[in-house]
Unconditional design. Structure first.
Length: 751
């Protein structure tokens, strides 16, 4: 008999132990993430009293896949459009938090006399809060609907992006090079380049692909396609120097803009839960009790640094981003832990051999402890704000909240600012797309044409063909770069307002045209040996022809409209099916009031009741603005509307009010009957005998339904099908009827 691979035995051990521990933690109302970590400690080699995992390398491989799928699922749930709508607030908060926490990490490391490199890496680890842990904690605590949770997730995603820049900087420092401003700027530009390229190309191409094969895709195929795209982007991300988790998140963000996003999210969830459990169990396997004993004081101080540092500096950072004091404190307290990116940074330091061996298990121990405290810190924010509100002068509280209301996003932008911002974004995006096309053509098409046309004489023909095809491919981008926004409302208003505006407006066209000419110049310079004057002249002529070409104009407009439709496809689909949120959402005067969605459970005690009977306004202080039911929207429902299972309620209220409503909706359910199986319905045959009390009685007079709680389904008359029983027919001796009911009721009837 073949021996079972060690990986299967290890997975069996891990999942069985994780299942038992998480049941216990669920019973104790603790976060499941902590249960996974405890299960990992129990199956680790550091625990001598239980069975241990043997093949740790393969388990680590599964854990890496778990991180990838966790961030893929996170991208599906939180797209980049949500971050862009929030403006500069998350950027301000993120950079401030990273700066303060990095400094605190350095200070603590120097306090213990650790090496300079240990202190630098420690600062990077403490600056990275855990996206997956906080996401899981919000989900377990039922807080994902609340407004502050969206702000926290925006900052966490930006932290993950900046973590890649930090890893590049740390690698340069570890190699002995002091990264200057140029290197840091280069890293940021590299991330920005690929981020924009992936998002633009992905949002353009993937929805078209999914639409073209929609009739052929069932749930199984869609799951395979989605995970295939996730893994492909993860591979591509690692090829260009980023992490696989980052690539998976980008693909999730791209798919989040498609119509199939919700369907994909439901299909991927079981896969995410499986591999995510393996990841958190593998983290628990790294906990070494001896390290905890030897470094108990540093671990304690690091935990205290994270809890206090994030609570204070995190709250300050969110206030700088424009949040009220209460909202900022809830955000800051929620981020008081470290997680997966801290492990990645620690692994980088170990692989480069620049940090001490003790630092990794110390960071894991700190992560476990702060993960355990995460739900308590989230709950602590509101009482802490209440205590602070009683001690601070009311005038100071009002001033802080007033400053938060004057958020930079709410100020009216000038026409010049809007126009220049739009032009800059268009120029950057189309420049990146043109650069990517040129790179692909020179990397793949040019060698191909040179193989088809070998020899020195034909070499120029191969270059000319490649150059012509490249110019044709980028011509829609160059035209859009030069002409886009030249007929916008801002342009027309500025042109009509004053003659002094006309020269600067024409200058913007000249600048963009110069950038377009530079692309043509680069192609000519790479493929030919003409003089610079000839290539510049040729570039100007080509750009003018591109601008004047009607065919290029049609292609450019068609591609842009297709991209916009793909980007808005989920919103359009939601609007068609009545799920689009009201326009006034997010524009209410009170910053603590917003709209949240709640789904009525299938076993809710609310079903069948009217809004007047439920009295949600009186009980919870909320207002039901819409009911979404079966692809239809019922706006401003009155008190006579009846609630049905599966209804989606859009409710307006504060975080506290919505939290109470959500808790009531989840707890006020029918629950399962203990004797559910005993109440199974049975179908029996009943023969009317000579002594039957039913002889001469009609169906209603017999009391079969009223007295015995059974139902007559038909009369057997020797035919293939049962005959319906006429209510006025009197039962006779020898009648054969079929009845349905519970076992006890049937026994009483038949006896």
């Amino acid at each position: 008999m073949a021996e079972l691979p060690a990986l299967i035995e290890d997975l069996a051990l891990m999942l069985v132990v994780a299942g038992i521990v998480t049941i216990v933690f669920k019973r104790l109302k603790q976060p499941l993430v902590l249960g996974y970590i405890v299960a990992g400690f129990l199956v680790s080699p550091h625990m001598p009293y239980t069975a241990s995992v043997v093949d740790r390398e393969n388990i680590q491989l599964w854990a890496d896949i778990g991180v990838m799928f966790l961030l893929f699922s996170l991208g599906l749930d939180f797209s980049f459009k949500k971050i862009l709508k929030m403006g500069a607030s998350p950027i301000i908060s993120t950079t401030t938090i990273i700066f303060f926490m990095s400094m605190l990490g350095n200070i603590v490391g120097h306090f213990f006399g650790w090496s300079q490199m240990d202190c630098i890496f420690l600062g990077g680890m403490l600056a990275m809060s855990s996206t997956t842990i906080i996401y899981k904690a919000f989900d377990d605590l039922g807080l994902r609907q609340q407004q502050f949770a969206g702000l926290v997730m925006s900052v966490l995603i930006l932290e993950d992006i900046l973590a890649i820049v930090m890893m590049v900087m740390l690698s340069a420092i570890a190699s002995g090079n002091s990264p200057d401003g140029g290197q840091m700027l280069g890293s940021i530009l590299k991330i920005g380049f690929f981020l924009i390229l992936w998002l633009v190309v992905g949002i353009f191409a993937i929805p078209i692909f999914l639409r073209s094969v929609r009739q052929l895709i069932n749930n199984e195929v869609l799951l395979i396609v989605s995970l295939g795209l996730c893994c492909a982007m993860a591979v591509f991300s690692t090829k260009v120097g980023f992490s696989s988790a980052f690539g998976a998140f980008i693909m999730g963000s791209i798919l989040a803009e498609t119509i199939e996003a919700e369907r994909i999210e439901k299909l991927v969830e079981p896969v995410k839960n499986l591999f995510g459990a393996v990841f958190f169990v593998s983290v628990g396997m790294l906990v070494d009790p001896q390290i905890l004993i030897d470094y108990a004081l540093p671990i304690f101080l690091l935990v205290l640094t994270i809890l206090v540092g994030q609570s204070i500096f995190g709250s300050i950072s969110f206030m700088l981003g424009g949040e009220s004091l209460k909202s900022a404190m809830r955000c800051g307290f929620s981020m008081a832990q470290i997680g997966e990116f801290s492990f990645i940074i620690a692994s980088l330091g170990l692989s480069l051999g620049v940090i001490s061996d003790f630092l990794y298990p110390v960071v894991v121990a700190v992560s476990v402890i702060t993960t355990f405290l995460t739900p308590y810190m989230i709950r602590l924010a509101t009482p802490a704000y209440g205590a602070l509100e009683h001690r601070l002068p009311s005038r100071l509280i009002q001033m802080l909240n007033h400053l938060s209301m004057s958020h930079p996003n709410t100020t009216e932008q000038s026409k010049w600012k809007r126009l220049l911002t739009q032009m800059t974004i268009n120029t950057v995006v189309y420049s990146i797309l043109s650069s990517a096309v040129i790179f692909m053509m020179f990397t793949f098409l040019l060698p191909f044409t040179r193989r088809l046309l070998p020899g020195w004489e034909l070499h120029w023909y191969a270059n000319a063909i490649t150059g012509l095809i490249t110019v044709l491919c980028i011509s829609p981008f160059l035209r859009a770069m030069v002409m886009k926004k030249n007929r916008s409302e801002e342009w027309k208003a500025l042109w009509a307002e004053s003659n002094r505006n006309r020269v600067p407006l024409l200058f913007t066209i000249l600048v963009r045209a110069t950038i377009a000419v530079n692309f043509i110049f680069y192609i000519c310079n790479y493929l030919s040996r003409f003089s610079s004057a000839v290539m510049i002249t040729l570039g100007i002529i080509v750009v003018v022809l591109i601008v004047l070409s009607r065919a290029v104009k049609r292609r450019s407009i068609l591609m842009e409209r297709l991209f916009i439709n793909n980007l808005r496809s989920r919103d359009i689909e939601a609007q068609i099916h009545g799920r689009k949120r009201p326009l006034y959402e997010g524009k209410l005067l009170d910053r603590d009031i917003h709209i949240a969605n709640f789904e009525v459970p299938s076993d809710s005690q609310w079903m069948g009741q009217t809004l007047k009977q439920l009295a949600l306004g009186r009980k919870y202080g909320v207002h039901v603005s819409s009911i979404l039911r079966g692809g239809h929207r019922l706006n401003i429902p009155d008190g006579d509307y009846i609630i049905f299972p599966g209804d989606h309620l859009q409710v307006i209220g504060s975080d506290d009010q919505l939290a109470k409503l959500g808790k009531a909706l989840q707890t006020e359910v029918l629950g399962e009957e203990e004797d559910l199986e005993a109440r199974e319905m049975k179908l029996r045959q009943l023969i009317i005998g000579p002594d039957s009390p039913f002889i001469g009685k009609t169906l209603e007079e017999s009391g079969i339904r009223s007295l015995y709680s059974c139902m007559v389904v038909g009369l057997e008359e020797g035919e293939e099908n049962l005959s319906p029983v006429n209510p006025k027919r009197h039962f006779q001796e020898g009648d054969i009827i079929w009845v349905v009911g519970e076992k006890e009721s049937l026994d009483a009837l038949l006896s």
